[in-house]
Design a protein around this ligand. Structure first.
Ligand SMILES: NC(=O)c1ccc[n+]([C@@H]2O[C@H](COP(=O)([O-])OP(=O)(O)OC[C@H]3O[C@@H](n4cnc5c(N)ncnc54)[C@H](O)[C@@H]3O)[C@@H](O)[C@H]2O)c1
Length: 444
């Protein structure tokens, strides 16, 4: 099938590459000409396991092409994906300007029936807004005989395993009230629907809400667990024991109940905020979501508070080795990353940071530029050199079993602040390392 994807970000690029891999003929359109040029030359603008090879092979095979020419893109596809960003507006609601801009472009250039697929995460009612926009433009063009469908098809990929998630989706949500659009969507996704039925068809509004409900449920699990961790610490309990204790209940499960330094990334924070705003607009007070957000904002400061207390507030000129910058492992995405809250708090207190991350160094450099109080290091060991303490913010595999003797010897004081509970407190105590973690007592 001929497919056009507007927006070559984490979602658009991965989805396009995966669709090309199964044989569809895909054109990606983006307004960012640098990105388009990079991709044409085989350079991948983001880090995502498996993506580089997939993009290169399919581009070489001629099934995956990139352009800034929107008219060419619209002409190409039988279906038009909208996969552009929906960043938070000033009040936290989703800013739809990019989505509406693409809808306008499609309407300005379409010359036959089109299926417009909203892949971006958009508030309930956006399908109607896209439909109205397209109708208005077609009216301006005197082309009201041109028909189209607007389908909601939210994306559930996880950064860090985006290719695998798109190749083997848990579910494919299709929001439409059109039988013919449903048929086309079924044909498009047939290669991903072989093992068992994954397609769930519903109305557009329910599909739009399904995406928010999924992310808000996951964010709720994280904030709930962080609340338990804080309680455990105050009550003298061990949150890791509690985690195992509750995870064994199949109604709860082990997934997404890790205590830590709060959720980040481009989705959970903005989607929780956006759903709160959607509710507010219809005078509904979303009490649970507000609590989830408040707990998360506070949790992002938890490592700094521990550090501040340990040094009695005297942080001026202290040097911290920081392991992990991306908001989670296996990505270079720094959007809303807890590391940023910590780094900025340390700087505000006069401290310096020596940071290492397996993938997010370039992104950190792009965000913060060159500063005297930030040294970006090529290895985790280099970050330790001359540092007063080690702080772990992201649970990359490479941090699971470091050489603790080396860590101890390189630091001025043998102290680790671990925001991801990577190590056993008893072992740390035995090694003579002062070890602060989340929801567990610090053994002195
Ligand atoms: N990143 C994730 O893990 C994830 C997962 C599921 C859903 N989503 C949702 O998918 C959407 C896209 O997210 P993302 O992380 O891929 O965004 P992104 O910021 O990485 O990429 C968006 C791309 O759209 C391009 N763009 C903007 N306006 C355009 C236009 N008029 N025409 C063509 N291209 C245009 C931008 O240049 C950019 O390359 C968001 O709504 C997001 O909430 C993201």
């Amino acid at each position: 099938m001929k497919v056009t994807v507007f927006g070559i970000g984490y979602v658009g690029l991965v989805q396009a590459a995966v669709l090309a891999e199964v044989g569809h003929d895909v054109i990606c359109v983006d307004v960012d000409s640098n990105k388009v040029e990079q991709l044409k030359q085989g350079q991948i603008p983001i880090y995502e396991p498996g993506l580089e090879l997939l993009v290169k092979e399919n581009h070489l095979a001629g099934r995956l092409n990139f352009t800034t020419d929107a008219a060419k893109g619209v002409k190409h596809g039988e279906v038009q994906f909208i996969a552009v960003g929906t960043p938070p507006d000033e009040d936290g609601s989703a800013d739809l300007k990019y989505v509406i801009a693409v809808a306008t472009t499609i309407a300005q250039n379409m010359d036959r029936h089109q299926i417009i697929i909203n892949k971006s995460t958009v508030p309930v009612g956006t399908g109607d807004k896209v439909k109205t926009k397209v109708q208005d433009v077609l009216l301006e063009r005197n082309c009201t005989d041109l028909s189209f469908d607007v389908v909601s098809n939210p994306e559930f990929l996880k950064e860090g395993s985006a290719v695998a998630d798109c190749m083997k989706p848990d579910r494919i949500i299709i929001g439409t009230d059109s039988k013919s659009a449903e048929d086309t969507m079924r044909e498009l996704y047939a290669p991903f629907n072989r093992n068992h039925e994954k397609i769930i068809v519903m109305d557009v509004r329910s599909a739009e809400l399904t995406k928010y409900a999924a992310n808000c449920m996951l964010a709720t699990k994280i904030s709930f667990m962080n609340e338990m961790a804080n309680l455990a610490e105050l009550l003298g309990a061990d949150i890791e024991a509690v985690r195992h204790g509750i995870g064994s209940d199949p109604r709860i499960g082990y997934q997404f109940i890790y205590p830590g330094v709060g959720y980040g990334g481009s989705c959970f924070p903005k989607d929780v905020q956006a759903l709160i705003q959607t509710a507010e607009k219809i005078h509904f007070d979303s009490k649970v979501l507000k609590a989830v957000e408040a707990r998360n904002n506070e949790q992002k400061t938890t490592l700094f508070k521990k550090i501040h207390t340990h040094y009695d507030g005297k942080l001026k000129n202290k040097v911290f080795a920081l392991w992990g910058l991306s908001f989670k492992p296996n990505t270079d995405d720094m959007r809303e990353a807890p590391s940023r809250v910590l780094i900025e708090a340390l700087w505000a207190a006069g401290a310096k940071v020596q940071a290492f991350d397996p993938e997010a160094i370039n992104e950190t450099q792009r965000i913060y530029g060159n500063r005297d109080d930030l040294m970006l290091c090529g290895t985790k060991e280099a970050a330790l050199k001359g540092a007063d303490a080690l702080v772990i913010v992201t649970e990359w595999q490479a941090f699971r079993a470091p050489d603790f003797d080396l860590v101890k010897n390189m630091l001025t004081e043998a102290v680790i602040f671990d925001g991801r509970n990577m190590y056993d407190p008893a072992r740390m105590q035995k090694r003579g390392i002062l070890y602060y973690s989340i929801g567990r007592a610090c053994r002195k």
